[in-house]
Each structure stands twice: as structure tokens, then as C-alpha cells.
Design a protein around this ligand. Structure first.
Ligand SMILES: [Ca+2]
Length: 223
């Protein structure tokens, strides 16, 4: 019990340290709202469209260029693997917590999902110049290991935070489960493959790759 108390105290001190020494102070912080508009439906993606189409709860972080939470061409972390396969935010939230302690991430971003798709969900988060990048993901569900998201999207351009940025969302494969259809049984990919953008079935319509929705980032004016 005593050991646990000491560990909790140490973690608390580290977190407090992160708040004070992140390089971000309140007057420099900017608030953004991100809206996830999911358009993914049987109409947009008719190939084997699954029952109960939904997206898992949004999770990500504001961070600096020293890290990537996920990146096409690189292996998925355990956190990205679990998010993409099950929609669970754990252990991605722990990985982001470690980045916060390491001062490479500023804040965790965590919010609701969309059920069913199509639909939309919004949440707000803080960002600042020392951590101008945002990474944010959500599992395409049901699916083997497919997700949508942004990797290190820069909201600070030409010396200022942008008023609005809209990003079309395409499907990525985490490279950890080899299922071919939305509802394939689990089939672990061994060895694990790098994350890649899915540029074919089942995300084509008339041979065109169709986005599953958008993230719209809107700067909230200071009060
Ligand atoms: Ca896969």
C-alpha cells in the first residue's frame, strides 16, 4: 500500500511538472474544436457493407515533431494495434501519457465515437506553439484492423494558428490483422506489417477511392 502511495505521488509530481514545464502557459494556449463527420455508409461504400457500422471513440494528442503517434510506412504501436483491432483506447492512452511525461506530447485528446455511421461527434482540445501538431484516430468498425485519422497535422502556419482546417479521411490498415473483409475472423499478421493506406476494396466506388468522412478543426475565439 505504501509503495503504491509513493508511486502515485511520484506520478502526480511528474504530471504537475509536465503542466508547469511544458513550455505552454495559459495565455499562449489556443482552443480548437474538432468535428468528425462520418459519411461512411452503404451508399458511399456498397462493397460488402457491414451491419452495425460505427467508429470507436476518438483518441489522440497534441504533440511536437519529435514523435509520431502513428505513421504510414511504420509499424503500429501496441496502442494503435489495439485501437485499430478493437476500438479500445488502452494502451494508446498510456503511450500518450508517457509522451506527456517525456514532454513530447502536450495533452491527450479523448472523446466519443459515432454509432451508427453516418453521424458526427465534436470535442474541444488545447494546443500551443511548442506542440502545434495533432494526431487523432478512430477505428472503422467492424473491421480487422482498419482506422481513420490524422498523423501530425500542423495547425500552426505562417506564424499563427489556422482558423479552420478540413481533412478528408481515408482508411488505413494497421498491419496487425490480415482479415480481408469488414467481418473477417481474427487473423494476426505475422510478422507485423507497416501501416498503409488502403487503396482498394472495400473503399472504392466506381473505381474511385472514397473518403469515409472528414475532420474539421476550428479555432475557438478567445473569450
Ligand atoms: Ca490488416
Amino acid at each position: 500500500m505504501r509503495k503504491i502511495q509513493i508511486i502515485v505521488l511520484l506520478i502526480s509530481l511528474l504530471l504537475i511538472g509536465t503542466l508547469f514545464f511544458s513550455g505552454c502557459i495559459a495565455p499562449n494556449m489556443v482552443t480548437y474544436e474538432v468535428t468528425f463527420d462520418a459519411t461512411w455508409s452503404e451508399e458511399t461504400h456498397p462493397d460488402d457493407f457491414p451491419p452495425n457500422p460505427h467508429f470507436s471513440g476518438l483518441i489522440g494528442a497534441t504533440h511536437n515533431e519529435r514523435i509520431s503517434i502513428w505513421r504510414a510506412g511504420e509499424l503500429a504501436s501496441n496502442g494503435i494495434k489495439n485501437m485499430a483491432e478493437t476500438g479500445n483506447k488502452n494502451p494508446l492512452n498510456m503511450e500518450i501519457g508517457l509522451y506527456m511525461l517525456d514532454k513530447t506530447a502536450f495533452r491527450i485528446i479523448s472523446g466519443g465515437g459515432i454509432s451508427p455511421s453516418p453521424g458526427s461527434v465534436s470535442l474541444q482540445f488545447k494546443i500551443c506553439e511548442d506542440y502545434p501538431l495533432v494526431s487523432l484516430v478512430s477505428m472503422i468498425a467492424p473491421s480487422p484492423d482498419w482506422f481513420v485519422g490524422v498523423d501530425s497535422l500542423n495547425l500552426f502556419e505562417n506564424g499563427t494558428f489556422v482558423d479552420e482546417k478540413v481533412v478528408a479521411l481515408y482508411a488505413y490498415d494497421a498491419g496487425t490483422d490480415s482479415g480481408y473483409t469488414y467481418t473477417s475472423h481474427d487473423k494476426p499478421t505475422v510478422p507485423q506489417e507497416p501501416i498503409f493506406k488502403i487503396e482498394g476494396y472495400p473503399f472504392l466506388y466506381n473505381d474511385e477511392l472514397v473518403p469515409l468522412g472528414t475532420f474539421t478543426f476550428t479555432k475557438i475565439p478567445d473569450e
